[in-house]
Design a protein around this ligand. Structure first.
Ligand SMILES: [Zn+2]
Length: 434
C-alpha cells in the first residue's frame, strides 16, 4: 500500500512556488529558456539525468520556429535573468525543453510522462478579480501569458519527479519525463519523438488541467475526440502602386487574402464527421493610398479523423492557391504546425480506478472525456502504441474562471497536487502490475 498523504502535503508549497514563478515568466514555444533551466535545475537536484538542446530534440523535426531575431532576443533576456551560458549554448536557436530520466535499477516497465511548458501570445488581464493579479504572479511580459495551464503542467512534472525520487525503493523500471516545448500550434512533440525518446517505452501518460469546467477531484482516465490539425501560414505578394494615379499597375495582396478568407470559410462541411477551419490572423497593406503588395494569414484546419483533416487541408490549399492566381499575386504556403488523431488504451480505465481507489481527494474517475481540441502529444501516443505500448491522456478537473486561451484564464491550484497524486498512484500501481 502506498503511504502518500504526508508527501502530498509537503509537495503542495513546492508546486505552488513553481507554478507561480513559471506563470510570472511565460515564454512562447521554442523560447522556453528560463523555463527549461528552472525545471532542469530542479530535476538535476533530484538525481535525474538531464538531456537538453540537441540531446533532447531533433533539430530538423521542429516546425514553426520563431524568427531568428526573436530567438536571440529571448536568449539575451534569459542570460540576463541568470540562466548560465553553458545551458544557453546548448539550447541556442530554439532547442528548448528537456528530457529527464531515472532508473530504479530494478527490472520493470519503462514509463514515459509528458508535460508541455510553453505559453501563448495573449495579454493577461489586469483585473483584480484575476487571482494571479491579486496574488502578484501575473505575467510580467506584456502580450505573453500562460493561458492554457502549461505552467501547472510543468509544476506537476516537477512534483512527479519528487515522488519518483522519494519513493524509488517502492518503484521498479525506468522513467522518462519529457518536458516538451512548443505544444501550442503543434510544433514540439515530433522533435522529441524523432529523437527516439519514445523507443522502447511500455507505458505513456500525458494529460491536461481543465479543458472542461469540473469540480476538484474529478479526473478522466482516458480522453477521446482529439482533432487532427494542420497550421498553415500564407503569404500573398503583389505589386504596390499609387492608388490614385495608377491603381491598374498594382497587384492587390489584401484583396487576395480577404477573398481567400471568405472562400476558406465556405469549404463544405464533410458528411463523415466534424471539421474546422479558421483564419485567425490577417495582416495586409501599408497605407491608405497604396495598393497593398503584401498580405499574411494564419490559417488552421482540423478534423475528427486524420482523413477529415486531410480533406480540409487539401481544400484550403486549393483555395489559397486558386485565389492567388485570381488576383495575380505570388502565393507562399508554409506548414508551421500539425497534430494527429490518437486513441487511449481502454486498460487505463481499470488501472487508474484500482490505483486511486484509496485516495481521499480523487473523488470521481470518469472513464473517458472528450478533448475536442488538438494536441501534438498524439505523435507520442501513436509512437508508443505502434510498438505495442499503452498510452493515455488524463484530464485533471478544476473549476475554470474563463476558457482556455482567454486573458482571464485560471484554474484552482489545488488541482496540482491532485494531478501529482493521480500520476503517482498510477505509476506506483503499474510499477507492480504484472
Ligand atoms: Zn494546452
Amino acid at each position: 500500500m502506498l503511504q502518500i498523504d504526508s508527501f502530498l502535503q509537503d509537495i503542495e508549497p513546492i508546486l505552488l512556488e513553481y507554478r507561480r514563478n513559471l506563470h510570472a515568466e511565460p515564454e512562447l514555444g521554442f523560447t522556453e529558456y528560463k523555463t527549461t533551466y528552472m525545471i532542469g535545475k530542479a530535476l538535476e537536484q533530484l538525481g535525474f539525468t538531464i538531456f537538453i538542446g540537441k540531446d533532447a530534440l531533433k533539430t530538423e523535426a521542429r516546425i514553426g520556429l520563431p524568427s531568428e531575431a526573436y530567438l536571440q532576443y529571448c536568449e539575451a533576456s534569459a542570460l540576463e535573468a541568470g540562466v548560465p551560458s553553458s545551458w544557453l549554448e546548448k539550447m541556442s536557436g530554439g532547442h528548448t525543453g528537456l528530457v529527464a530520466t531515472f532508473d530504479t535499477k530494478r527490472p520493470g516497465k519503462h514509463i514515459a510522462l509528458r508535460f508541455d511548458i510553453d505559453s501563448l501570445p495573449i495579454h493577461e488581464t489586469d483585473e483584480l478579480s484575476h487571482y494571479p493579479k491579486r496574488k502578484n504572479f501575473r505575467s510580467n511580459k506584456a502580450g505573453v501569458m500562460h493561458a492554457c495551464a502549461h505552467d501547472g503542467h510543468a509544476a506537476i512534472g516537477i512534483g512527479v519527479a519528487h515522488f519518483i525520487q522519494q519513493f524509488q525503493s517502492q518503484l521498479t523500471g525506468k522513467f522518462t519525463l519529457l518536458f516538451q516545448p512548443a505544444e501550442e500550434g503543434g510544433r514540439g512533440a515530433k522533435a522529441m519523438v524523432e529523437k527516439g525518446w519514445l523507443d522502447g517505452v511500455d507505458l505513456f501518460i500525458g494529460g491536461h488541467i481543465g479543458i472542461h469546467s469540473l469540480t476538484l477531484g474529478e479526473i478522466a482516465a482516458t480522453t477521446n475526440e482529439f482533432l487532427a490539425t494542420t497550421k498553415i501560414n500564407v503569404t500573398y505578394e503583389g505589386v504596390s502602386a499609387h492608388a490614385g494615379i495608377s491603381p491598374q499597375t498594382g497587384k492587390n495582396a489584401l484583396l487576395a487574402a480577404a477573398a481567400a478568407s471568405l472562400h476558406l470559410a465556405g469549404i463544405p462541411r464533410h458528411g463523415s464527421g466534424a471539421t474546422r477551419i479558421n483564419v485567425g490572423k490577417l495582416e495586409a497593406g501599408s497605407g491608405r493610398n497604396i495598393i497593398p503588395d503584401l498580405a499574411k494569414m494564419e490559417v488552421e484546419t482540423r478534423g475528427e479523423t486524420t482523413e477529415l483533416n486531410e480533406y480540409m487541408e487539401s481544400e484550403a490549399k486549393r483555395i489559397i492557391a486558386s485565389v492567388g492566381q485570381l488576383y495575380d499575386v505570388e502565393t507562399r504556403l508554409d506548414i508551421v504546425g500539425a497534430a494527429e488523431v490518437a486513441e487511449c488504451d481502454k486498460e487505463w480505465i481499470e488501472w487508474v480506478r484500482e490505483a486511486c481507489s484509496e485516495s481521499h481527494k480523487i473523488t470521481t474517475i470518469h472513464p473517458c472525456l472528450p478533448l475536442k481540441g488538438s494536441e501534438d502529444v498524439t505523435y507520442m501516443m501513436n509512437a508508443v502504441r505502434k510498438q505495442g505500448g499503452k498510452a493515455t491522456y488524463f484530464i485533471f478537473g478544476t473549476p475554470l474562471t474563463a476558457g482556455h486561451h482567454h486573458p482571464a484564464f485560471d484554474f484552482d491550484e489545488q488541482v496540482l497536487s491532485i494531478a501529482v497524486e493521480t500520476i503517482a498512484r498510477t505509476v506506483h500501481y503499474l510499477s507492480h502490475a504484472k
